[in-house]
Design a binder for this molecule. Structure first.
Ligand code: HEC
Length: 117
C-alpha cells in the first residue's frame, strides 16, 4: 500500500518536472504565434509600408528586391502596358523570374500603382 502511494507520487513529480521544463517553450511558442499574427494584421505591410497589400505582392517583393528596394516602383504610376514595359526593362537588366511571375508582378503593380486620375 505504502509502496503504491510512493510510486504514484513519484510519477506526479515527474509530470511536474516535465511540464515545468516544457512551459518556457510553450510560452515562447505562444508569443511567437501572437507576434506573427500581429504582423499579419498590419495587412501584410510589415517592412514595406509603401507597398499596398494585394495579389502578387510577395512575388513582386522577392523579384524586385534582387537589385534595389522594391519601393522604387512606388514612385511610378503607370497603366498596365506601362508596367509591362518597365518590368520587361528590369527583366532585360537581369531580373530573375518566370514569365508567369512577371505577369503576376505586372498585375500587382497595375493595381497597386495605377495611373493617377
Ligand atoms: C537585375 C537588377 C534589377 C532587378 C531585379 C529589378 N531592377 Fe529595377 N532597376 C534596376 C536598375 C539598375 C535601375 C536603375 C535605373 C536604370 O538603370 O534605369 C532600376 C530602376 C528601377 C526603377 C526606376 C526607373 C526610373 O525610370 O526611374 C523602377 C520603377 C524599377 N527599377 C522597378 C523595378 C521593378 C518593379 C522590379 C521587379 C519587377 C525591378 N525594378 C527589378 C535593376 C533592377
Amino acid at each position: 500500500m505504502t509502496r503504491l502511494l510512493r510510486s504514484r507520487s513519484r510519477r506526479s513529480d515527474l509530470m511536474r518536472q516535465i511540464s515545468s521544463a516544457f512551459l518556457p517553450f510553450a510560452a515562447a511558442f505562444v508569443l511567437t504565434t501572437a507576434l506573427a499574427a500581429t504582423a499579419q494584421n498590419d495587412g501584410g505591410q510589415d517592412s514595406h509600408p509603401k507597398l499596398p497589400a494585394g495579389e502578387g505582392r510577395d512575388v513582386m517583393i522577392r523579384v524586385c528586391s534582387q537589385c534595389h528596394a522594391p519601393e522604387q516602383a512606388a514612385d511610378q504610376q503607370l497603366d498596365k502596358a506601362g508596367w509591362k514595359d518597365l518590368v520587361d526593362q528590369m527583366a532585360s537588366k537581369g531580373a530573375d523570374a518566370t514569365d508567369a511571375e512577371f505577369d503576376r508582378i505586372v498585375e500587382y503593380l497595375a493595381t497597386a500603382f495605377p495611373v493617377a486620375k
